[in-house]
Design a protein around this ligand. Structure first.
Ligand SMILES: C[C@H](O)[C@H](O)[C@H]1CNC2=NC(N)=NC(=O)C2=N1
Length: 97
């Protein structure tokens, strides 16, 4: 079972992930892209990475604005897998913005 991160560790992680926040047992980030196709390109790339990692974010798509929620469903909260996925999502957004 993946180990849940405690409050102190989550705080430390958020220091490295300035675009993310901790909300209801998940790391959450919102990003607005230049167009709807650009947003979907980000979603498609994240989907490939998530599938490869076997760790999937919740994704909310509203026109150009994406909201990613990273939580480990099987653990009921944030684990290292969510931190890694958040970092990968940041890289994809930076690369496709
Ligand atoms: C069977 C499959 O490995 C599991 O359902 C994986 C898939 N992706 C997952 N993604 C996330 N975020 N949490 C999980 O617990 C999880 N479990």
């Amino acid at each position: 079972m993946a180990e849940l991160l405690n409050e102190e560790k989550v705080t430390e992680v958020l220091g490295r992930l300035p675009d993310w926040r901790y909300e209801h047992d998940a790391l959450v980030r919102t990003a607005t892209l230049a167009s709807f196709p650009d947003a979907i390109r980000v979603v498609n790339r994240v989907a490939e990475v998530a599938e490869n990692d076997n760790h999937h974010p919740d994704i909310d798509i509203r026109y150009r604005t994406l909201t990613f929620r990273c939580t480990t469903h099987s653990a009921g909260g944030v684990t290292e897998a969510d931190v890694s996925l958040a970092e990968e999502i940041d890289g994809i957004i930076d690369a496709l913005s």
